[in-house]
Write a protein that binds this ligand. Structure first.
Ligand SMILES: Cc1cc2nc3c(=O)[nH]c(=O)nc-3n(C[C@H](O)[C@H](O)[C@H](O)COP(=O)(O)OP(=O)(O)OC[C@H]3O[C@@H](n4cnc5c(N)ncnc54)[C@H](O)[C@@H]3O)c2cc1C
Ligand SMILES: *[C@@H]1O[C@H](CO)[C@@H](O)[C@H](O)[C@H]1NC(C)=O
Ligand SMILES: *[C@@H]1O[C@H](CO)[C@@H](O)[C@H](O)[C@H]1NC(C)=O
Length: 472
């Protein structure tokens, strides 16, 4: 069997679908084929601007058959690429000739210590893995969560009727997105969620990098948290009905070794703490939410160039090293000289941006034209929700790659907002806005314009002064 198309896009995630959507817009009369191994595809919906370059949106899952008729679809798995003769072969043996190819095959969960497909280790990745988790939870009393990103954080507080042992390598929770101060803000917010007293007190503080020492937490209190993906699933264990136990957090710890009990009845985990001491825990199973590895289980006639993190290396036009082969989303690694305020993070936001960029770039190549790289790659931006609070992250919001030479200015109002500016040489380099997104556009401008903020001192975060007035 064989087929032919001008544009072939592989992968039905945000990157692949965004790529197809922009191809259909740029080249309405061209034949576009979306090849995806799963009949459930993801797309962006309810796109709302939060600032000039920043959007929030929802991710919708739907069946490929419900997609529009402006392009074709094929449910099958990419198996081999022959880039010199411009065709691919699928697992079912279908050959597809293409003129331009885009690989958007995403990532698979990284499991610790290379344990693949161990039935007692679940990697949370997609709907299927959440369903698998749900089935296993039905009989579980003790589970362990590994990882410190958004997924692990939400899971740790969302699981009910089960003892959660949460192992994080850092000294504070949710480290992928927030700093120790913000983690404490969430911690307090969660502890007080049921208390009436909440006369908010605002504090503003400026710190040198070296003063930003992590604050240890002793206990944690969970409430019904997290608005997103886990909402549609009942994540309850086999414990007492209605029981909500607090996750027990093991800071600065890692799994040293794991031993399976007979008949897969559970696992004995040997944890290693930072001080070199060990602790043994028995649990029903382990949930690994420690990030993804680019998914490239296909062969190619000549070798694709990979980056050190395993992603397919792409340039600013999303081109790989192979002629007419592009890549976008979690599967690729940005290998262009990054702009001052941008870095790669494997998120929906960037999957969408890279997918659209790849589509525009392929369309331009097919017409012998050239395009500029999209402006979104000038400034890192991400909008999300953590523990029910809106979160906006801009630029080098955690001082990423700034070394030790920066200041942090924080305004924190208990149970209301946590606003952090990262300043270097009195210029805004990044911002974290939790609970209050009003400053997003001002921050975009300040970061991009590099205005010297020294004359304003700490007033830039004074709630009684409208800083937008300063800079309009
Ligand atoms: C549980 C969970 C929650 C998350 N929450 C957030 C969040 O709140 N905010 C956020 O920004 N990011 C979040 N992320 C990260 C985000 O999901 C990813 O960055 C994003 O989905 C990447 O999109 P993608 O299109 O590159 O890859 P994917 O979404 O992984 O899509 C890859 C597609 O390729 C298909 N495919 C793979 N191999 C082949 C093959 N050989 N042949 C054919 N098809 C193939 C797959 O079936 C899939 O459809 C979350 C991730 C997880 C796992
Ligand atoms: C696309 O096709 C339609 C109908 O065949 C034609 O009218 C239109 O000009 C074409 N558009 C482009 C951009 O080629
Ligand atoms: C595929 O690519 C290789 C190397 O570029 C080439 O030698 C081969 O003949 C191609 N065709 C097929 C059908 O494998």
């Amino acid at each position: 069997m064989s087929r032919e198309c001008e544009f072939l896009v592989v992968g039905g995630g945000i990157a692949g679908v965004s790529c197809v959507e922009s191809l259909v817009i740029c080249r309405p009369n061209a034949s576009v084929l979306l090849l995806t191994e799963s009949s459930v595809v993801k797309s962006v919906t309810n796109l709302v601007p939060v600032a000039r370059y920043l959007h929030k949106f929802d991710v919708r899952e739907q069946d490929v058959s419900e997609m529009g008729a402006s392009f074709e679809t094929l449910v099958d798995q990419l198996d081999h690429i022959n880039s010199s003769e411009h065709f691919i072969r699928t697992k079912a043996g279908v050959e597809v000739k293409y003129r331009y190819l885009c690989l958007c095959t995403g990532g698979t969960p990284k499991l610790f210590s290379g344990q693949v497909k161990d039935p007692l280790v679940i990697g949370i990745r997609d709907t299927d893995s959440v369903l698998q988790l749900q089935r296993k939870l039905a009989t579980a009393k003790d589970i362990m969560i590994l990882g410190n990103g958004g997924i692990a954080s939400e899971l740790a507080y969302e699981l009910k009727e089960v003892n959660v042992h949460w192992v994080v390598k850092d000294s504070h929770i949710s480290a992928t997105f927030v700093d120790p101060g913000a983690a404490e803000f969430f911690h307090i917010a969660m502890n007080e969620v049921n208390e009436q007293d909440s006369s908010p007190v605002t504090a503003i503080k400026r710190m040198r990098y070296s003063e930003v020492l992590p604050k240890e937490q002793t206990s944690n209190h969970g409430a019904a948290l997290g608005p997103d993906w886990h909402r549609t699933f009942d994540l309850s264990g086999a414990g007492e009905r209605g029981a909500k136990r607090l996750p027990k957090i093991y800071y600065k710890s890692r799994v040293h070794s794991v031993q399976n009990l007979a008949d897969n009845a559970g696992v004995i985990v040997n944890l290693e703490h930072e001080d070199g001491s060990f602790e043994q825990l028995t649990c029903d199973f382990i949930v690994s939410a420690t990030g993804v590895l680019p998914n490239t289980h296909y062969t190619c006639d000549s070798p694709l160039k990979y980056s050190a993190d395993g992603g397919i290396s792409v340039d600013e036009m999303m081109r790989t090293n192979l002629v007419d082969v592009f890549a976008a989303g979690d599967v690729c690694t940005a290998n262009w000289p990054a702009a001052m305020h941008w870095f790669q993070m494997r998120l929906w936001t960037q999957a969408r941006q890279m997918g659209s960029m790849a589509g525009r770039s392929m369309a331009a190549a097919s017409e012998g034209e050239s395009v500029y790289q999209d402006f979104c790659f000038e400034l890192f931006g991400h909008v999300t929700k953590l523990f029910g609070y809106p979160v906006v992250l801009l630029g080098r919001f955690n001082g990423q790659d700034l070394g030790r030479d920066y200041d942090i200015l924080v305004r924190c109002t208990r149970n209301k907002e946590y606003i952090k500016f990262v300043l270097q040489n009195n210029r805004l380099r990044g911002a974290m806005l939790i609970g209050n997104s009003d400053l997003a556009e001002t921050c975009e401008n300040l970061i991009l314009n590099g205005i010297d903020l020294e004359p304003y001192g700490n007033d830039i975060l004074n709630p009684d002064i409208d800083i937008e007035d300063y800079f309009d």
